[in-house]
Design a protein around this ligand. Structure first.
Ligand SMILES: NC(=O)c1ccc[n+]([C@@H]2O[C@H](COP(=O)([O-])OP(=O)(O)OC[C@H]3O[C@@H](n4cnc5c(N)ncnc54)[C@H](OP(=O)(O)O)[C@@H]3O)[C@@H](O)[C@H]2O)c1
Length: 269
């Protein structure tokens, strides 16, 4: 459901040509780079409420600086409400390296005294094709997550909930843990795919070292491989298993179940 006119939305991107379809719908496009504070300061001019999407920066110090540039630029422009996509149960000293940046940014945003809403997202269902690789062809999920569980959530549901939060007055200074209703181990994910798609997939809990070697055999840079190993170790330690009904409350309806999502999986990943 459309909540505001596209002409009242500003999209700030590094490469405007990548979102020409939004431009055609009337969205105002402005160019800025997370690494360039001046471009960000210009881009936020006249913006009232902002959605800050966390950076994918692999190097934690670079990522923290990028997000600090965005927060400073929003503060400079007297933004009235910041919605920020953080990590489920964000806190210091997690095993998954990515959480460090997001917790740091939450603290920076709080210090600005601008009303905020934190979406602490667990892992996306839409990340499953990358996590399970070509399991639909090989019948094997090779992933070092042990018995650790993930409360997978649909990115589409998160987008709708964020639109609700940005257009309702009741979410200021709230932190929402955004998760599915149930957490699944990778063995349980395999069983679910098997039941839905009449397959015989098994989860093999491989060693970290084997996982890293496999990633690097696909020319994945070592720092990205280390980040992905830390993610699997975070899953093993339960860092993505928390469940909450916040998302369904924000949506006012049931969220997408993992059963429904796995029906959409196909072999071309
Ligand atoms: N919870 C989960 O399961 C999950 C899964 C995946 C991702 N995430 C998180 O979601 C966030 C986005 O990830 P994604 O998968 O959507 O990444 P993505 O598809 O690679 O998109 C990254 C976006 O950031 C832009 N960008 C990169 N460097 C930039 C810079 N210096 N200045 C301005 N824009 C820049 C890119 O712009 P260009 O188009 O110009 O390159 C691109 O639009 C990350 O924080 C990631 O950790 C979470």
């Amino acid at each position: 459901m459309q909540k505001v006119a596209p002409t009242n939305i500003v999209a700030i991107v590094r490469n405007p040509e990548t979102i020409n379809d939004f431009k055609e719908q009337g969205v105002i496009i402005r160019q800025a780079d997370y690494n360039d504070y001046e471009t960000l300061k210009q881009a936020f001019k006249g913006v009232e409420k902002a959605l800050q999407i966390s950076t994918i920066g692999v190097d934690v110090e670079t990522a923290k600086q990028q997000e600090k540039n965005v927060v400073n630029a929003m503060a400079k422009n007297n933004i009235k409400h910041i919605v920020y996509t953080s990590m489920v149960q964000a806190r210091p000293n997690t095993i998954f390296q990515g959480t460090e940046t997001q917790y740091h940014t939450e603290e920076l945003i709080k210090k600005t005294n601008i009303p905020y809403t934190f979406f602490r997202n667990t892992m996306y269902m839409e990340a499953i094709p990358e996590l399970i690789g070509n399991a639909l062809l090989t019948n094997v999920i090779r992933y070092p997550s042990g018995k650790g569980k993930v409360s997978f959530v649909s990115r589409t549901d998160i987008a709708e909930a964020i639109a609700n939060v940005l257009t309702e007055p009741t979410h200021q200074n709230q932190t929402y843990e955004i998760t599915g209703n149930t957490a699944y181990s990778f063995a349980e994910l395999a069983q679910l795919i098997n039941a839905e798609k009449k397959m015989n997939i098994q989860h093999i809990d491989i060693a970290d070292t084997d996982f890293k070697e496999e990633l690097m055999s696909y020319q994945i840079p070592v720092e990205v491989a280390d980040l992905l190993v830390s993610m699997a170790n975070g899953i093993k330690a339960g860092e993505f298993s928390f469940t909450s009904d916040s998302l369904e409350k924000l949506l006012g309806r049931k969220s997408l179940s993992l059963n429904e999502y796995v029906k959409t999986l196909h072999t071309a990943v």
